[in-house]
Design a protein around this ligand. Structure first.
Ligand SMILES: Cc1ncc(COP(=O)(O)O)c(C=O)c1O
Length: 471
C-alpha cells in the first residue's frame, strides 16, 4: 500500500463539511440573537459563579474533543453571565460601544475571507477600501487631500505611531540609533487628564516613562496653555529635547477638549509635532451641528480617532491619520524579500507598526456606507442629548456635575457628604446600570457616559433611580 492510495483528509472538527457548517452557522446566529435579547432584559453586571465556572473550564483539558455545538452553547452561556455587558442599554461606561450591526457583519466577512492586509499585492480590494475610508475620515476632519493613515488596533497604537513619527521627524537618526541619537533626553507634552497609555507608549518607544510631561490643567480638565509654555521653557533650559505636543479632544474621564488652537500655535512656534488624541471625541466630525468643538484638529500633524469608540464598531479598531505621508514611510520602512511587494505608498507593512493585519477598516466602511455621515451624526447627537437630559435630572435631584463637556459624559458628585465609591458599588451591585469611579481635577467622581446607540429616556430615568437608591 503506497502513500498515494491513502486519502489525506482534513480534520472535520476544524473544517466541517459544508452542510454541517451551515447548520452550525444557523444555530450560532439564533443563539446569539436570543442571548442578546436576554442581556438587554437582564442585569448589566456579571452574575457568574466563579467557582463552578473555573471547575468547568478546568475540565477542558483538550485531550477529549467535544462537539462544537456544545462548546458554542457553553461559551455563550459563560459570556452571558461572566462579563459586564457593554451591549446593555444601561451600560454608561468606558466608551466601549454596543457595536453597529454593519460592523458585526464586517467581522463575519473578514473572518470568512481572512484577507492579509500587510501588502496591497495580496489584498488590493481590501487595502483600497481601507484607504478610501481613511481618506474620507481625514477630509471630514479637515485634513488636506494628500493626508494619509491607516487602521490600528486602537487609540494606544495610533498614539504610539504619532510619537514614533514625532521622534523620527525631530531627528531622522532616531530610526537607526534610537533615543541615544538625541543631544538630550527627548520629552513630549500631554495634559494631566490625558490617557495614561502615554506612559506605556514612552516606555515602548525607548525614551522612558519620565519623558511624558503631564501639563497642568485649567481647573476644568483642559490643558493650560500657559503651563505648557512654562514647561517647554524649563525643559529647553535644562537640555531636554521636546518633540511633540499631544492635545486630547475628549478626555477619558471627563470628555474635555484641550484648547487645540493654542496648543497648535505653541507646537508650531517650537517646531514640534502636534498630535490630537481624539480617540473618542473624533466621531463628532460626523455632526455638522457639533463638530465645531473640534476646531483646530485640522491643524494637527496627526490625529487619533477610534472607530471602536463613538463610531461604534466592534473592538479593536482605531485610526491614525497624518498629513505627512513620507514621514510615515521613513518611520516604518523595511524591506523583506519574502513579501510580494514593497511599495511605500501602498503596502501597510512598510507604513505602519503592524505586519500581518486584519481587515479592520471594513467595519467602518460598512457602517458609513449603510448609515452615511448623517446616520453617525444622529448617533452622536442623540448621545449628547441623553447626557444633557441626565444632567438636568441629576441637577434637579441635588447632585452636582463637575465637568462641562460638550460630549456625552458626566462627572457626577453626590454633594453633601455622599461617598462616590460606595454609591458606585451599590449601583453595580444592583445590576441596574454600569457607571464607574473616575478622577476629575484631583477628586473622585461618578463617571457616566452614554455609549449605547439604543439607550432610551427610560434607561436614563432608571440610572437616576439607581443612583438615588445608592446615595
Ligand atoms: C482619549 C483616549 N486616548 C486613547 C485611548 C486608548 O485607546 P484604546 O483603548 O483604543 O487603545 C483611550 C481609551 O479609552 C482614550 O480615552
Amino acid at each position: 500500500m503506497g502513500r498515494q492510495s491513502k486519502p489525506i483528509r482534513a480534520s472535520s472538527a476544524l473544517f466541517p463539511a459544508r452542510a454541517d457548517c451551515d447548520l452550525l452557522n444557523d444555530i450560532l446566529t439564533r443563539e446569539l440573537a436570543l442571548a442578546h435579547q436576554r442581556v438587554a432584559a437582564g442585569v448589566v453586571t456579571p452574575t457568574l459563579d466563579l467557582a463552578s465556572f473555573s471547575r468547568e473550564l478546568g475540565e477542558f483539558d483538550f485531550d477529549l474533543p467535544r462537539p462544537l455545538d456544545q462548546v458554542l452553547a457553553w461559551t455563550i452561556a459563560q459570556l452571558e453571565r461572566g462579563i459586564v455587558h457593554v451591549t446593555h442599554p444601561r451600560y454608561f461606561g468606558l466608551f466601549n460601544p454596543a457595536p453597529t450591526f454593519p460592523a458585526q457583519c464586517a467581522d463575519r466577512i473578514a473572518a470568512a475571507f481572512n484577507p492579509q492586509l500587510a501588502s496591497a499585492t495580496t489584498s488590493p480590494a481590501a487595502i483600497e477600501i481601507e484607504a478610501h475610508v481613511i481618506c474620507s475620515v481625514a477630509r471630514r476632519a479637515g485634513f488636506p487631500t494628500y493626508a494619509t493613515g491607516h487602521f490600528t488596533t486602537g487609540g494606544a497604537e495610533a498614539n504610539y505611531t504619532a510619537l514614533l513619527c514625532a521622534l523620527t521627524r525631530a531627528l531622522p537618526e532616531f530610526g537607526q540609533k534610537g533615543a541615544r541619537a538625541f543631544a538630550g533626553p527627548p520629552v513630549f507634552y500631554v495634559s494631566r487628564e490625558s490617557h495614561l497609555a502615554w506612559l506605556k507608549i514612552a516606555h515602548q518607544a525607548g525614551i522612558g516613562r519620565s519623558a511624558v510631561r503631564f501639563v497642568e490643567t485649567d481647573g476644568s480638565g483642559r490643558m493650560n496653555p500657559n503651563a505648557l509654555s512654562d514647561s517647554l521653557r524649563t525643559d529647553y533650559a535644562q537640555g531636554f529635547v521636546p518633540v511633540m505636543v499631544a492635545a486630547t479632544a475628549g478626555t477619558t474621564n471627563a470628555g474635555m477638549i484641550d484648547p487645540l488652537l493654542a496648543c497648535a500655535e505653541i507646537a508650531e512656534a517650537g517646531g514640534l509635532w502636534f498630535h490630537v488624541d481624539a480617540a473618542w471625541g473624533g466621531a463628532l466630525i460626523a455632526s455638522d451641528r457639533l463638530r465645531g468643538v473640534l476646531a483646530g484638529v485640522e491643524l494637527a500633524d496627526s490625529v487619533t480617532i477610534d472607530a471602536h469608540k463613538w463610531f461604534a464598531t466592534t473592538m479593536g479598531c482605531g485610526m491614525f491619520i497624518t498629513r505627512h505621508a513620507p514621514l510615515l514611510s521613513s518611520t516604518f520602512h523595511v524591506s523583506a524579500d519574502y513579501m510580494p511587494s514593497n511599495s511605500l505608498g501602498r503596502d501597510p507593512y512598510v507604513t505602519s507598526l503592524q505586519w500581518s493585519r486584519r481587515f479592520l477598516g471594513l467595519r467602518l466602511f460598512l457602517s458609513l456606507a449603510a448609515a452615511g455621515w448623517r446616520g453617525h451624526a444622529e448617533h452622536v447627537e442623540r448621545s449628547v442629548e441623553l447626557a444633557l437630559l441626565l444632567k438636568e435630572m441629576l441637577l434637579a435631584a441635588g447632585w452636582r456635575i463637575a465637568n462641562n463637556s460638550p460630549l456625552a459624559v458626566l462627572c457626577i458628585e453626590p454633594g453633601s457628604g455622599g461617598d462616590v465609591s460606595s454609591i458606585v458599588r451599590h449601583v453595580l451591585a444592583s445590576g441596574r446600570a454600569w457607571v464607574s469611579v473616575a478622577r476629575f481635577e484631583g477628586r473622585d467622581v461618578i463617571r457616566a457616559c452614554v455609549t449605547h446607540g439604543e439607550t432610551t429616556r427610560d434607561d436614563v430615568l432608571e440610572l437616576v433611580a439607581a443612583l438615588a437608591a445608592a446615595r
